[in-house]
Design a protein around this ligand. Structure first.
Ligand SMILES: [Zn+2]
Length: 303
């Protein structure tokens, strides 16, 4: 249950203005470089700081075509439509930490968190619709006003046809390890209500802890509420903070591999200009971008 703390003993309390996951800053520099050296630093690239560190140690090529390729997946597979509004009951249980896809897969899960950039929300949805790429959104309901009615309608259609799904990233992105137990539950249930009311679907069993921070108490509360899949990541676009489009493409080249759970954000616009290049990298590598339901065999119908 304490994998992050056990594996990364230098974890310290997160500070600073970055509103989303900042794994590298939670690690001592020595530990970070050690993990880079032995190739296990995937988790660390949770924001801009590790992107810069990575660029000093690995220099990805930039042989990426500019023109977007044809969609690498279509949005018509995966069975009958999800019945929006029919919310299955919670299924409590012990939480499982998910750091990557199953061995041997050619799938990648492109996940997108937070959502304080209205243009980012709209353009991510438009990209999904035009490309057919499958995405998993983990938005905070506190930014719910930025999901306009037309964008919500677009999202509901893609939820119903299983092209996108929603996970629970809490209502307003607090560090849950610093909250009383009742407040942890409220962060999850309030965001669940928003997702259900807005998109007609449950986020269960997927929970992504803000900043990637969790402890046994957080996991226990989540599991009791039916969040038995704790969605971590092992690759990142580095866009929790403002990156250049070139940095984002470099990180895509760095981290998009079979089984990657890729971390992205609905917070800053630079990624919007390189969707085609990211899609091209996946296509060149034979990677199939899927939702976490598709990667882990779960369903919006059962939650
Ligand atoms: Zn976040």
């Amino acid at each position: 249950m304490h994998r992050s703390h056990g594996a990364y003993p230098d974890v310290v309390a997160e500070r600073g203005p970055c509103p989303s996951c900042r794994e590298a800053e939670r690690l001592g520099r020595r530990r970070f470089l050690q993990l880079l050296a032995d190739g296990t630093a995937l988790l660390l690239a949770g924001c801009g700081a590790p992107a810069k560190a990575l660029s000093r140690h690995r220099r990805p090529s930039h042989q990426v075509p500019i023109a977007p390729p044809a969609p690498v997946v279509d949005d018509q597979d995966g069975g009958p439509p999800v019945p929006l509004g029919e919310i299955p009951p919670p299924r409590p249980g012990p939480p499982e930490l998910l750091w990557s896809g199953p061995p041997g897969t050619s799938q990648v899960a492109w996940t997108v968190d937070d959502g304080y950039c209205q243009e980012c929300i709209a353009q991510y949805l438009a990209f999904a619709e035009s490309s057919g790429v499958h995405l998993t959104f983990n938005p905070n309901g506190v930014f719910g006003d930025l999901w306009t009615p037309s964008v919500v309608a677009e999202a509901r259609t893609m939820v119903a046809n299983r092209q996108i799904q929603f996970g629970n990233h809490t209502w307003d992105h607090k560090d849950l390890t610093k909250l009383p137990t009742a407040a942890i539950a409220e962060e999850l249930t309030r965001n669940e209500r928003w997702i259900e009311d807005t998109f007609g679907v449950t986020a269960r069993p997927y929970f992504r802890p803000p900043y990637g921070n969790y402890n046994a108490r957080v996991l226990s509360v989540a599991g009791d509420l039916g969040y038995t899949k704790v969605l971590m990541w092992n690759g990142t676009f580095g866009d929790a903070t403002v990156e250049t489009p070139e940095q984002i493409v470099s990180l895509a080249e760095q981290w998009l591999r079979p089984g990657t759970i890729m971390l992205g954000h609905l917070n800053h616009t630079p990624i919007l200009s390189v969707f085609g290049q990211i899609q091209a990298i996946m296509a060149q590598r034979g990677l199939d971008p899927v939702t976490v339901d598709e990667m882990f065999g779960t369903s919006r119908t059962t939650g």
